[in-house]
Design a protein around this ligand. Structure first.
Ligand SMILES: Nc1nc2c(ncn2[C@@H]2O[C@H](COP(=O)(O)OP(=O)(O)OP(=O)(O)O)[C@@H](O)[C@H]2O)c(=O)[nH]1
Ligand SMILES: [Mg+2]
Length: 435
């Protein structure tokens, strides 16, 4: 067909219009191609997101509180209940920590200045001599386990008999499997010496002069030291294998922020929870913040029994006041505004024993004046005080679940920890669980 002649004065000329049409077509093609590429990128991002979701732990949990509040002990309770195989697999590794806890307590007692002066007691002089190999054992275990390079000195030390393991709890697993024969021989040798000293440690702990000396100087040995000394004939035996109770009692100070993956065995088998267990000392708290992001639940431990003591790291600071201040700061953290709060009012057993021994809570907490000095009422005070702080903090944090606890009592903890597990699962799956 003949092409129509271009009309005179036609604007734009037909040829130019055709070129425009081709250009538009080209642009449309390019846009379609770009959209295809974009859609593909979006699809990839969506796939990656889903993949990430699949690999994201089912729950991310933060354990906070001052030093010795019981954070790591609570974590052990979770492990004992929901990953018992992993818990028992680590039992062997805990033995060295328990032995160091024990040996440090013995050496501390024997090196205490007041008891040195009582050397006139013939029996004590004898015991000191017979137990002197434990100094070497402390050095060996210290070298194998501890973070700080300073060796334990001969001078009497403060009764902070904590153990800090290189790279924390995870480092402990490596200690359970010593790599070289020298390590194995050293640890075996240490166990043999402890076993050989067993009767003498018993005799020392039962010695009236020792007990009177400790009482007279108001030396308060940490709870775990007393527990292992009371159980020395079992703990010091050559074939000793730590029980669950022993592991919960063992004192292993957390170093920095330790990540613990808990692969559940008894419920929801195979799913993974990640705990961030922090070192509670004041000087290390600035390092916590990076771990506040994107956690499902923040678990705070407030030890109720330490109202009459000051912080080991700051003797001018009352321990209870420090805990209250810390709780307030945590409640006001914007980063934690989306996390469910779980509060453990811990060390109920020690609170009970302390009040029963005659220490008065009102002597340390002015607001408590004229109120009953029993553990239930004091615990109620803690409950009201801490929930009021939570309620009135800004930004308003999410739900608060509170439990009175004794973290070393596996029986009562089993019930509490199961309840907390439900809260964590609901929180992780549905956002938050309100009560
Ligand atoms: N009697 C008693 N002892 C407890 C309780 N909870 C924890 N402990 C003991 O207190 C000591 C300190 O507990 P940890 O769990 O190591 O304390 P933490 O909060 O992890 O301390 P850091 O790692 O220093 O921040 C351990 O020897 C525990 O066995 C409790 O409710 N009652
Ligand atoms: Mg800890």
């Amino acid at each position: 067909m003949p092409r129509p002649e271009p009309k005179a004065n036609e604007w734009p000329p037909r040829v130019a219009r055709e070129a425009d049409i081709q250009l538009v077509e080209l642009r449309l093609q390019e846009e379609r191609q770009a959209k295809r590429v974009n859609d593909e990128i979006d699809r990839q991002i969506e796939l990656e997101k889903q993949e990430l979701k699949r690999h994201r732990p089912q729950a991310k949990l933060l354990l906070l509180g001052q030093s010795e509040a019981g954070k790591s002990t609570l974590l052990k309770n979770f492990q004992l209940l929901f990953a018992p195989k992993a818990f028992h697999a680590e039992a062997e590794a805990w033995r060295a920590v328990i032995h160091l806890n024990l040996v440090r307590a013995v050496n501390f007692i024997l090196s205490h200045e007041h008891l040195r002066r009582q050397d006139s007691a013939e029996s004590l002089r004898h015991l000191r001599m017979r137990l002197s190999p434990l100094r070497q054992v402390e050095l060996i275990l210290h070298r194998r386990l501890c973070v700080d390079s300073a060796s334990p000195s001969d001078a009497p030390r403060s009764p902070d008999l904590s153990v800090r393991v290189r790279s924390g709890w995870k480092g402990l697993a490596r200690i359970g499997r010593p790599t070289s024969m020298t390590h194995q021989d050293e640890l075996q040798n240490a166990r043999q010496i402890i076993d050989a000293c067993r009767d003498d440690i018993c005799a020392m702990w039962a010695d009236d002069a020792v007990q009177a000396g400790l009482r007279g100087q108001s030396v308060v040995l940490e709870d775990h030291c007393i527990y292992f000394l009371n159980n020395v004939s079992r703990v010091a035996a050559l074939r000793y294998a730590p029980t669950s109770d022993d592991i919960l009692r063992a004192r292993l100070q957390t170093v920095g922020v330790e990540e613990h993956k808990l692969v559940l065995e008894t419920v929801d088998s195979g799913s993974e929870w990640v705990f961030y267990d922090v070192e509670g000392c004041r000087g290390t708290r600035a390092a916590w913040a990076p771990y506040f992001d994107d956690v499902d639940a923040m678990i705070f431990l407030c030890p109720m029994s330490n109202f009459d003591v000051t912080l080991a790291e700051d003797p001018s600071m009352n321990s209870l006041l420090d805990s209250f201040n810390l709780w307030k700061t945590i409640c006001e953290s914007k980063l934690l505004a989306d996390a469910t709060f779980i509060l453990f009012l811990n060390k109920m057993d020690l609170l009970h024993a302390k009040l029963k021994s005659g220490v008065r809570f009102s002597d340390y907490v002015a607001l408590y004046k004229d109120q009953p000095n029993d553990a239930e009422n004091v615990a109620l005070y803690f409950r009201r005080k801490l929930s009021a702080v939570h309620k009135h903090s800004s930004p308003k944090p999410r739900a608060l679940h509170m439990h009175m606890s004794c973290a070393i009592d596996t029986r009562t903890m089993a019930t509490i920890v199961k309840r907390v597990k439900d809260v964590i699962l609901i929180t992780a799956l549905k956002g938050t669980a309100m009560i």
